[in-house]
Design a protein around this ligand. Structure first.
Ligand SMILES: [Zn+2]
Length: 258
């Protein structure tokens, strides 16, 4: 029964995250108006707006004009439901559950927006809206305060900022080119306020590793070295991996080398 409630909660929040993902980078309000088809302008009726189920019933198309609906909608809804149930299984109904749920929501939206805008010709590079990165920082600090670890939260934010700012700054000094996007730096600082400074090294390592592997894969497929690969999605993915398995991975790694 609990699992059912938490899956439904996840689906509803996933539906909201879709609105954030589709509107925030374009400066549109996430509250008003209701969703409408981008082609025919038909407002989406409530019975066509039920997470996942409507997508299946409509066969992934607008009821009015048949425009294909992005697979992103059911994907984000299902992922959010899985994360919600998984967090509940791992952390129960605790302050950690609430904290990680909010952080996962911010990471999911930031990662997908960065990827979407990187692929969108209207944007020069991928972007991570400040509302998510800078907006998350006070929330991370509030959780630090509640958990009586405000200092660790503050240091986490500062180290998160420096960890990406310094290599980007050095790269720019040496090559004259922008190496690290400002959005990535702010996102990393935000993660630091939620998780403290220790996990940041794990997250940086895993996200660089994933980014390098996928990057080489893209270079191999497209035969282009200048394909701009956004870093935000990897930072988000690595942080979510840390939330679920970070401590276990670090422990087994330490056992291996000691
Ligand atoms: Zn339509």
């Amino acid at each position: 029964m609990d699992y059912l409630i938490f899956s439904l909660l996840g689906l509803i929040f996933g539906s909201f995250f879709n609105v954030v993902i589709n509107r925030l980078p374009y400066g549109k309000s996430i509250v008003f108006p209701g969703s409408a088809c981008p082609k025919c302008g038909q407002e989406v009726r409530w019975y066509d707006n039920i997470p996942v189920i409507s997508y299946i019933l409509l066969n992934g198309r607008c009821r009015n004009c048949g425009l294909k609906i992005s697979f992103q909608y059911p994907f984000v809804e299902i992922i959010t439901a899985v994360i919600t149930v998984w967090l509940y299984v791992k952390y129960g109904m605790s302050i950690l559950f609430v904290k990680y749920f909010i952080l996962c929501g911010l990471l999911l939206c930031a990662g997908i927006i960065d990827l979407n805008t990187a692929l969108d010709d209207n944007f020069e590079t991928g972007i991570i809206p400040d509302e998510l990165s800078l907006g998350g920082i006070p929330v991370g600090l509030i959780f630090g305060f509640i958990e009586k670890s405000l200092l660790i939260s503050i240091i986490g934010g500062i180290i998160g900022f420096l960890l990406l700012f310094i290599p980007g700054f050095v790269y720019k000094l040496v090559t004259g080119k922008e190496g690290m996007g400002g959005g990535d730096i702010k996102l990393f600082a935000m993660i630091g306020t939620f998780l403290g400074y220790k996990p940041l090294f794990f997250i940086l390592f895993i996200s660089s590793f994933l980014g390098a592997v996928i990057g080489l894969f893209f270079i191999h497929i497209y035969k282009r070295r200048d394909y701009p690969i956004p870093f935000g999605p990897f930072i988000s993915l690595a942080s979510i991996i840390y939330i679920f398995y970070g401590e276990e991975i670090i422990q087994s790694y330490l056992k291996m080398i000691l």
